[in-house]
Design a protein around this ligand. Structure first.
Ligand code: ZN
Ligand code: ZN
Length: 385
């Protein structure tokens, strides 16, 4: 049995099933098995498959069941909460909502990894890392993940085996190999310095999701649990009530960073009230969210400036202005939910803003008084003339 017939150590189970179904010339299941248990929890192929599904795949494709068990996300990332995985739709459903589409793991891909597969004559496959909600970039190549063909924009892919060369992933619409369908003609050297903050933050967040301590130099007295809570709550606040005065657009648009998506039109999100924005975001929106989170949670102002421009003030100020005050206060009032250092930074920023407001109001008052006096002088002058 060669390694190619068994899953690769970092391969998604759905990727392996699609690969093997292609090898045996059987039609792959369009939506590999998903079931909901009586307790409301979902069982999906990639995360936690039913033992009998594993048995049937092991029998069908003649591989040991242990090899399949080893590549489930529940086995490789046992502590990662399900809202820190990447889904096509909200992974939490109540019984009342059972008519909504069933959630399945959604993933983008790194064209450089696929190119490397092809160059080393190894079959193309989808990595588990690409299904983590903390990843906007490939960790190996520091390269943006994409979930569409750079040539035609289609998100439909298929495996293809030529007589020469290994199994490849192809765009189903324009039939271009996905390792070549990345929009590469961008001078990335100039913009990669802003990518590094998003990559570093995604890595920290992944550690926290795996229960490891986040970097205390950066997040100062923050536990992994607190960092995850801060990320969940900030995402909620950036996608809360539509602000109709601003055209109903989500607050995330205040954190626009064109460098994160140089080959795309500027991103503008008009969707509001998404239950788990980071879990259901496609790679483009995920990078925008991770950039906003990195800038808000990192006390160093250079992170904000390198991501959003050197004329920008601290991202935490933008966040406080954008966020719903009542909801923000409710989070702050929950004891121990957020780290003391983050709560302190919010309090300092609010105090500074109050001070600025007071100065502005004082300036306005002086200007109004001067204008009144000028008008009075003008009236006297007009009268005496
Ligand atoms: Zn890669
Ligand atoms: Zn295409």
């Amino acid at each position: 049995m060669t390694a190619h017939l068994e899953p690769f150590a970092d391969e998604l189970l759905t990727s392996w099933i699609a690969r093997r179904a292609h090898g045996q010339r059987v039609r792959p299941e369009p939506n590999p098995r998903i079931a909901r248990k009586r307790n409301g929890k979902w069982r999906t192929t990639d995360v936690l498959p039913e033992p009998e599904w594993l048995e049937s795949w092991a029998r069908q494709y003649k591989v040991p069941i242990e090899a399949l068990n080893a590549v489930t996300i529940a086995h490789r990332f046992p502590t990662v909460p399900i809202d820190f995985l990447s889904w096509n739709t909200d992974p939490f459903q109540s019984v009342r909502e059972s008519y909504r589409p069933r959630p399945r793991i959604e993933f983008g891909w790194c064209s450089k990894c696929l190119a490397q597969d092809y160059a080393s004559a190894s079959p193309a496959y989808f990595r588990q890392d690409w299904a983590l909600a903390t990843r906007g970039f490939c960790e190996k190549h520091d390269w943006p993940l994409v979930d569409y063909c750079g040539l035609c924009g289609s998100s439909q892919w298929t495996f293809f085996a030529s007589t020469r060369g290994p199994l490849r992933l192809m765009c189903q619409d324009c039939w271009r190999p996905l390792e070549r369908a990345s929009p590469l003609n961008v001078t990335v050297a100039k913009i990669q310095h802003s990518w590094k903050h998003v990559i570093a933050f995604g890595r920290e967040l992944q550690w926290a999701a795996e229960g490891k301590m986040p970097d205390q130099f950066r997040f100062n007295n923050t536990s992994a649990k607190q960092l995850l809570a801060e990320v969940r709550d900030i995402c909620q606040l950036l996608f809360s009530e539509p602000n109709w005065l601003q055209g109903g657009h989500a607050e995330i648009n205040r954190f626009d960073c064109p460098d994160l998506n140089p080959w795309h039109k500027p991103y503008h999100c008009i969707v509001n009230r998404i239950p788990h924005p980071l879990a259901t975001a496609r790679p483009v929106l995920r990078r925008a969210l991770l950039a906003a989170l990195a800038a808000i949670l990192d006390p160093r102002n250079e992170v904000t400036q390198e991501l959003f421009g050197h004329d920008r003030g601290p991202a935490i100020n933008t966040f406080i202005v954008a966020a719903d005050k009542r909801k923000l206060d409710a989070y702050l009032a929950m004891p121990g939910r957020w780290s003391p250092s983050f709560c302190q930074r919010i309090a300092t920023s609010r105090a500074r803003q109050r001070q600025d407001d007071m100065i502005m109001r004082g300036k306005d008052r002086v200007v109004r008084r001067l204008e009144k006096r000028i008008r009075a002088y003008q009236a006297i002058a007009a009268y005496s003339a």
